[in-house]
Ligand binder design. Structure first.
Ligand code: F3S
Length: 387
């Protein structure tokens, strides 16, 4: 791999041991995937931030590091709201460990915005090269924004943040971003709510695997694209998808619409994912809610009182910018938490049946929270939580 002189010096240990190890990681990754060079990135997003997922060995690894990130870098959701963790009934010992994880990341210069939707906080532009780790954020950045990132592991994203570069391979290269499987839906007029698109992504992702799908015949908005991509990234391993005339790269003359293979998804399969099971708690905001979703939820909850625990998750910056919507939601008894989410917080582990409006949460709640998951639209979540 061709390295700049300064990168060679980092590799030789002239800028400290942590940076040397991070450079070794990036160069090793680049060699495995056949990259010729490292390219500059504009931001990094690091997963492995919840103590629930990284545990004591991850914390030990982080504690040994001594360097600063050189590009804006944020964290994926952690195991609790940093300010309201007691309200979430997070055990003291977990909170203490989680704080140590956060401090270790803070020591590396990482911004304490813990979210899977960093694109709501700072503008991420078409064509920018990124090193993001969280699979739904990767899917959104690549597909909806047209930025370029591989689906990084947590350590590789952190290394990229510290070095400011990432190996040039995979989805950073335009020719690797062409679709390789078409997806058609038999009755797309039934797709209305983001949860419908989440359920579609949940079903389709299983057949798509790690390929790049090209959807035709649907016109999802940005929130619906977010829900669909997150679910495909969870039930499959999708890091980039295209929707005809909706996602930006499909409008390129060089975009190849003739795909070698096509999958047909029936709406009957998608509808089967929905159920009417009784639940103990409701959680929305996977991925974290957009400003529009927060506003919509607040208008749905006006004059209502929740009768079940109702968890709402969004980025701290989005919550701060929408105080009236947040107050309206909380007046109903629902709780709006920042920094964390239904899957990576231990707060939801005490429930046996959780209702979500997310195909991704539907895929992960059973394994990560040990609960049965039910998916419904946002409106159905509100109805269930308030009846
Ligand atoms: Fe985000 Fe947590 Fe869902 S990281 S995509 S809210 S599982």
């Amino acid at each position: 791999m061709q390295l700049e002189p300064e990168d060679e010096q980092i590799l030789n240990g002239e800028y400290g041991e942590t940076r040397q190890k991070m450079m070794e990681l990036l160069v090793g990754l680049g060699k495995v995937f056949g990259a010729d060079e490292l390219i500059p990135i504009t931001s990094a997003q690091v997963s492995g931030a919840s103590y629930k997922t990284i545990g004591k060995w991850g914390l030990e690894w982080l504690r040994k590091m001594d360097a600063k990130v050189v590009v804006p870098t944020v964290l994926n959701p952690i195991g609790m709201d940093r300010l309201r963790w007691k309200e979430m009934e997070i055990p003291e010992d977990f909170a203490a460990k989680q704080k140590e994880v956060v401090e270790a990341y803070e020591h590396l210069g990482i911004e304490l915005e813990c979210t899977c939707t960093p694109y709501y906080l700072s503008i991420t532009q078409f064509g920018e090269h990124l090193a993001w780790a969280e699979s739904s954020a990767v899917c959104y950045a690549n597909s909806v924004i047209g930025a370029r990132t591989n689906r990084e592991g947590g350590p590789a994203a952190l290394a990229a943040g510290i070095i400011g570069k990432t190996p040039f391979y995979g989805l950073h290269i335009f020719k690797n971003r062409q679709p390789d499987v078409g997806v058609v839906i038999d009755d797309p007029s039934d797709l209305k709510d983001a949860a419908d698109f989440g359920a579609l992504g949940y079903v389709a992702g299983k057949s798509i695997g790690n390929r790049i799908p090209f959807f035709t015949g649907i016109r999802p908005n940005r929130d619906q694209l977010k829900a669909m991509g997150a679910a495909m990234a969870a039930s499959g391993a999708v890091a980039l998808f295209h929707v005809d005339t909706i996602t930006p790269e499909t409008r390129f003359p060089a975009f190849k619409k003739d795909v070698p293979d096509t999958i047909e998804v029936s709406m009957a399969e998608v509808r089967e994912v929905f159920s009417a099971m009784d639940v103990d708690a409701v959680a929305v905001g996977c991925p974290h809610l957009s400003p529009e979703e927060l506003e919509t939820l607040s208008s749905m909850l006006i004059g209502k009182t929740v009768t079940k625990p109702f968890f709402v998750f969004a980025a701290r910056g989005v919550i701060a910018d929408h105080p009236q919507a947040v107050s309206a939601i909380e007046r109903s008894g629902a709780k709006v938490y920042a920094d964390t989410c239904v899957v990576v917080s231990p707060a939801l582990d005490r429930y046996d049946r959780i209702m979500v409006n997310s195909g991704k949460a539907l895929a992960y709640v059973p394994t990560m929270c040990g609960a049965v998951a039910r998916i419904g639209t946002l409106e159905e979540c509100v109805t269930v939580a308030t009846s």
